[in-house]
Design a protein around this ligand. Structure first.
Ligand SMILES: NC(=O)c1ccc[n+]([C@@H]2O[C@H](COP(=O)([O-])OP(=O)(O)OC[C@H]3O[C@@H](n4cnc5c(N)ncnc54)[C@H](OP(=O)(O)O)[C@@H]3O)[C@@H](O)[C@H]2O)c1
Length: 316
């Protein structure tokens, strides 16, 4: 497993990370506990050292599970953990909270569940532009780091505007959605990422499974799967048709659409780690095989792929 440095933080992270939202059973539907453990254990065995989670995934259970699995037979655990705070899952309805008191207490609770001396990377979980613009969050996160609860901090973003604001407040790490069909956050902040040496964690690199290219045009999702609400049937069909148009020899020596999706993001040197979301150990194995080795794409491959995407109607 190759490693990259996480921006200016100095932390070394595996360039493939294990994200645990899908594993938690939220979002995509239930996953047996034994399979959750199998995926985490397999990731450790394959040399993944970065684990990504949140205090809201299964109400903190994924933090607990990572903390427990990582300690089996290993002291101290040779992993780096990124977790996210900023959600009160006990309120009804669940609400976002980014006040200093809440964040400090939430960070302590996450550290306890993870059973770690320090949380390596503590991220704000989907704040709005207005919340970030209020200004005190940088001080709050810096003080959590100074108190020794976290090593470094950052922002997990869902839109380009929030990504820009995260850059403005000086976040050392940004997690963002980034895939061949959705590049707008990365495109917006790429120059700043380079200049300020911001650590980038890229997630949703398969566009929630779409980019694996395994779905027929009439594909549907069961209730409880976030993808049922994410796309209308017409939008999903349009995307599948666009994806199918990429099939004929997109990149001569990259043989599957899944590999193309993964390697496109891995080939971006501004990315520190690609956060994968397998829900089965077998999926993790496939993803690691598909990631392959450097060079991830043949020379000129990124530009060729972007041209091809534009030609089939996909533009950032
Ligand atoms: N706001 C945030 O901070 C945020 C938001 C989203 C995600 N994340 C993190 O990023 C991680 C990954 O992101 P994501 O779940 O959004 O998207 P993703 O990685 O693009 O898609 C995950 C889905 O892809 C499918 N998949 C995975 N491996 C596969 C394989 N080998 N073959 C075929 N299909 C495969 C699975 O779908 P099936 O279940 O259909 O097999 C899986 O649920 C999450 O687990 C989470 O930890 C963070």
């Amino acid at each position: 497993m190759r490693k990259r440095t996480l921006g200016a933080t100095g932390l070394e992270v595996s360039e493939l990370a294990l994200g645990t939202w899908g594993l938690s059973g939220e979002g995509y539907g239930p996953v047996e506990e034994a399979e959750q453990d199998a995926v985490i254990d397999r990731a450790i065995a394959l040399g993944v050292t970065l684990f990504e989670t949140s205090d809201s995934y299964a109400g903190g259970e994924m933090e607990r599970r990572i903390g427990f699995r990582a300690r089996i037979g290993r002291t101290p655990p040779p992993i780096v953990v990124a977790t996210k705070i900023g959600t009160d899952v006990n309120s009804s309805p669940v609400r976002k909270r980014f006040d200093a008191v809440w964040l400090k207490e939430a960070a302590e609770r996450s550290r306890e569940r993870l059973k770690r001396e320090r949380i390596d990377i503590l991220l704000l979980h989907n704040p709005s532009v207005a919340t970030l613009a209020r200004g005190e969050l940088k001080d709050t996160m810096a003080s959590i780091c100074e108190s020794g609860v976290a090593r470094t901090w950052g922002v997990s973003v869902g839109t380009a505007d929030v990504a820009s604001e995260a850059v403005s407040i000086g976040a050392p790490v940004i997690e963002l959605p980034y895939n061949t069909f959705h590049r707008r956050e990365m495109v917006r902040i790429a120059a700043d990422v380079k200049e300020k040496n911001i650590g980038i964690l890229a997630r949703s690199v398969l566009s929630y499974g779409l980019l694996c290219g395994e779905w027929p045009t009439g594909h549907t999702f069961p209730y409880g799967d976030h993808r049922k609400e994410r796309w209308t049937q017409a939008e999903l069909k349009r995307r599948i048709v666009q994806l199918n148009a990429l099939r004929p020899s997109v990149l001569l020596d990259v043989t599957s659409l899944r590999a193309v999706a993964l390697r496109y993001v891995l080939s971006d040197t501004l990315v520190s780690s690609v956060v994968l979301g397998p829900r089965k150990a077998a999926q993790l194995d496939q993803l690691l095989r598909d990631a392959g080795k450097e060079p991830y794409l043949p020379e000129g491959g990124r530009a060729a792929l972007e041209n091809r995407l534009r030609a089939v109607g996909v533009d950032v």
